[in-house]
Design a protein around this ligand. Structure first.
Ligand code: CO
Length: 445
């Protein structure tokens, strides 16, 4: 049984998590909120375009594209390796296209959107939505990025009534160009969309050069279940893991390895961007940590053999109405701990070595864990561990927190599991793991 059985502690963690998600309608805001928390915790901000003066015992962070972030703590003594937890801060949604307004019958204005990632479409319908993202604005001294969040119920994607769509309950194929366009307003709302965005950005519409704007669900996160067992919210995949990793690095001090909290963008669209897991962001950052501390290229490669990565992206709990969809012997349930994901085709990077290391970390943190594999006749999803490994090859385990309704705009997870991952992340960041490269490793806590 875990030491973590204090109800108040779980409730505090959930309140903070749901508040963090509520303030993070997309990757730009998640990144900005993590930045603020890190500054408040005493981390210093670095910029990729400036020289890095790093010191042993220091805590730093760097962002890329304002939508991916890497924070790290350097031990007081010469470091042995890197202990990394990687997650992602983007979630499936709809991106507002340029020239967004479409008029219908001179009575309605709707917005032209396209899919970002693989979402479940149906739950996006018939609920208040709004728009958030970044705009590039012309200012007195050049061009500036500003984050905007239209913080009110702004648009809605209405269903077609059942009388005009009798087969809707027999399986319906959503056409993104037809079914998923949100209603913005009546004829008076024509040409107003960019004005509303500009107002929020504090400029006039003429000064907006370009935008990255996305829809988000306005429904706030909440605690559900007769005993408050579950939490329901948008974007639990993967802000739940990103938040736990953030809290883990803030709460812990490194031992002999550099603790690295890494949150990528664009996992939901294949990770292939400059701020995604397939980019050089992590590799560049680890290299620069090494060289800024006066170490050689060879020292860097030696350090990688005593390094470990936890790829943390949410996992599938057994579904109460579809329990047959899960593997017969590796079934994960909410509130039963961190899920270690296995897959023979290595879509999940876990192998016997990385699985063993992670089990030891959980045991040391006194938190429960469980295992997941897909049914052998079912193709699973993919995540960021193996993609990140193509840039920086590290012994890696794929884990996640068990949840239902992944990629719905309102997902459900366990009320205890976030706290479990915060503790395991803290243990990872405070450990020294040597000899990983040859499978004969040693962990010191
Ligand atoms: Co995910």
């Amino acid at each position: 049984m875990s030491k973590l059985e204090n109800r108040e502690e779980f409730e505090n963690v959930n309140r903070d998590l749901l508040d963090f998600i509520d303030r993070s309608p997309n990757a730009f805001f998640a990144c900005s909120n993590m930045r603020t928390e890190l500054l408040n915790a005493g981390f210093s901000e670095l910029h990729e375009g400036e020289k890095w003066g790093l010191e042993n015992g220091g805590s730093y962070f760097v962002t890329r594209n304002d939508s991916a972030i890497i924070a790290f703590r350097i031990p007081k003594t010469e470091f042995k390796g890197f202990n990394i937890m990687a997650s992602h801060c983007d979630s499936p949604t709809f991106k507002i296209k340029t020239n967004a307004e479409i008029e219908v019958d001179k009575e309605y204005v709707k917005l032209n959107v396209e899919k970002y990632g693989g979402m479940i479409c149906a739950p996006w319908l018939d609920r208040p939505l709004s728009v958030a993202g970044r705009v590039l604005v012309r200012t007195g001294n050049g061009v500036e990025t500003r984050l905007v969040n239209i913080d009110r119920d702004l648009v809605i994607i209405p269903n077609l009534c059942i009388h005009m769509n009798r087969e809707v309950n027999d399986g319906y194929k959503f056409n993104a160009q037809v079914d998923m366009l949100p209603l913005f307003g009546d004829s008076d709302s024509k040409d107003k969309f960019l004005n509303i965005v500009a107002e929020e950005a504090g400029v006039s519409a003429d000064d907006i050069i370009d935008t990255d704007l996305f829809l988000y669900n306005r429904m706030k996160g909440t605690v559900v279940g007769v005993n408050g067992e579950y939490i329901s919210s948008g974007r639990l995949d993967d802000l739940q893991c990103a938040f736990a990793s953030l809290r883990g690095i803030i709460n812990s001090q490194p031992k002999d390895s550099v603790a690295v909290h890494c949150v990528y963008d664009n996992e939901e669209v294949g990770s292939g961007t400059k701020q995604g897991a397939a980019s050089t962001f992590l590799k560049d950052t680890l290299h620069r940590i090494n060289s800024a501390l006066g170490r050689s290229e060879e020292d860097y490669h030696i350090a990688l053999t005593s390094s470990f990565m936890v790829s943390a992206d949410n996992a599938h709990a057994v579904h109460p109405n579809h329990s047959d969809k899960s593997d017969p012997t590796n079934r994960s349930y909410m509130n039963k701990g961190i899920v270690i994901k296995y897959s023979a085709n290595q879509k999940y990077t876990t192998d016997a070595v990385s699985g063993a290391i992670f089990r030891e970390i959980c045991d040391a943190a006194d938190v429960p864990y469980q295992t997941f594999t897909n049914r052998s006749d079912m193709l699973g999803g993919s995540t960021l561990g193996n993609i990140s490994n193509s840039q920086v090859a590290l012994n890696t385990v794929d884990i996640g927190l068990p949840q239902l309704a992944m990629h719905s705009p309102y997902e459900t997870a366990g009320a205890k599991d976030t706290a479990y991952l915060i503790n395991a992340a803290g243990k990872l960041f405070a450990s020294t793991i040597t000899g990983v490269g040859n499978g004969n490793y040693k962990i010191e806590f």
